[in-house]
Ligand binder design. Structure first.
Ligand code: SOE
Length: 395
């Protein structure tokens, strides 16, 4: 059994979630290679050493460049804020390391294009690159996609996707990195709107061609955390300007002509982590709600009219995607299981020599939609084209 020695760069919320995946996947699934949690990297030596101990990494370090260059590292997992994704991912790919990079791929289209080009060059040398749109790997989401692909709803006419949270309704919430454009690139739009966009394109297999939207910032100033990075420290050192959106609402038109409506909000009072999608077709409809993540709702319009209705399908059978590695029917999975599925698919892709989805090209497609929404909002919500993928050789 060969091994894949992993370096994780970053140790915030996604650091904890990805560590869960690296720890658990090899203990649940029969992987074709054994991931080893070799080193975790962060700027604060004491804090990252504590994270290494708590999450099961063999070593901790503070210099990502040094770690990416090590001969005893095969995979680099990037879970830092978006402003460092491009630099770290391109350096890792050019050093011959496989890369898993958290979403959104980057903070700008230009960065995402450079990352996608680096991934194309690396792929020619057998190096894999993947983006962490983990909700694709909730069994019910993959199952919903499979049902649509086999025609269960017929021709897709309409999609409704939303991701709503409420952690910023309190104006005293401090100015964390997610609220600063230079670190996060955008606010709700790129942080959670990216998930809704990727989900809509993943489950339908359709790409958005143009969008019309509005983004807005509700609370314009928040308490600074400290005079340093704003990433951690004690509050009470003055106020700072929020430089990203709090709410993004937009319409999209897919290449097929189907229409979509999207919401991404951190001000949806009472909604804690409400990712929802509904796909409506001429033969039926399918819906998924992260707050009920072990099921899909299916409406079959081809059934006899006296028994049509949305019915709940519990996605916990062994034949459902990913489920066979876990428990018998009816024993539910949770938010964290998708991170183990992500590790499994990445390890299998690396060993098989195939690019696991979503690729950096998929991540670039989402980045182009994010950019188009921002341009639309700057232009009185006018319909704005999502730049088509320009083949690398003609860029
Ligand atoms: C935002 O708070 C956030 O952590 C996102 O960054 C994640 O991508 C999402 O899965 C949960 O909410």
């Amino acid at each position: 059994m060969n091994t894949l020695r992993v370096a994780m760069i970053g140790y915030g919320f996604m650091g904890a979630a990805h560590s869960q995946g690296w720890r658990t996947a090899p203990r649940v699934f029969d992987l074709p290679a054994e991931p080893e949690m070799t080193v975790i990297v962060g700027r604060k030596a004491d804090a990252v050493a504590a994270a290494a101990h708590k999450w099961g990494w063999a070593e901790s370090a503070t210099d990502w460049r040094e770690v990416v260059a090590r001969d005893d590292i095969d995979v680099v997992d990037i879970v830092t804020p978006g402003d460092s994704h491009a630099e770290i991912a391109i350096a890792a790919l050019e050093a011959g390391k496989h890369v898993l990079c958290e979403k959104p791929l980057a903070n700008t289209v230009a960065e995402a294009e450079a990352m996608a080009e680096a991934a194309e060059r690396a792929a020619a040398k057998g190096i894999r690159a993947m983006v962490g749109f983990t909700y694709r790997r909730v069994p019910a989401v993959t199952f919903l996609r499979n049902l649509i692909a086999e025609g269960a709803v017929g021709t897709v006419n309409q999609v409704r996707a939303s991701y709503r949270q409420d952690w910023l309704v309190d104006p005293d919430m401090p100015l964390a990195w997610r609220l600063q454009k230079e670190h996060a690139g955008s606010g709700a739009l790129g942080d959670i709107g990216a998930h809704a966009i990727d989900l809509a394109q993943f489950v339908t297999g359709l790409n958005l061609e143009k969008v019309s939207g509005t983004i807005d910032t509700i609370v314009k100033e928040r308490p600074l955390l400290d005079s340093g990075s704003g990433l951690s420290g004690t509050a009470g050192v003055g106020m700072g300007k929020v430089t990203v959106d709090d709410i993004a609402i937009f319409t999209g038109r897919f290449e097929s002509g189907a229409l979509a409506s999207f919401e991404a909000s951190r001000f949806a009072t009472g909604r804690k982590n409400a990712l929802q999608i509904e796909v409506s077709g001429d033969k039926g409809a399918l819906a998924f709600d992260l707050e009920d993540l072990n099921s899909v709702q299916f409406y079959n319009r081809t059934a006899p009219s006296d028994r049509q209705g949305f019915r709940k399908i519990l996605v916990t059978e062994a034949e459902h995607p990913y489920v066979s590695g876990w428990w018998p029917a009816g024993h539910m999975l949770g938010y964290e299981h998708g991170f183990s599925h992500q590790v499994m698919d990445l390890v299998e892709g690396i060993v098989a020599g195939t690019d696991p989805h979503p690729t950096f090209a998929d991540g670039l497609r989402v980045q182009r939609v994010l950019d188009a929404v921002e341009r639309s909002s700057d232009n009185d919500s006018a319909w704005t084209r999502v730049a088509a993928d320009v083949p690398a050789q003609v860029r």
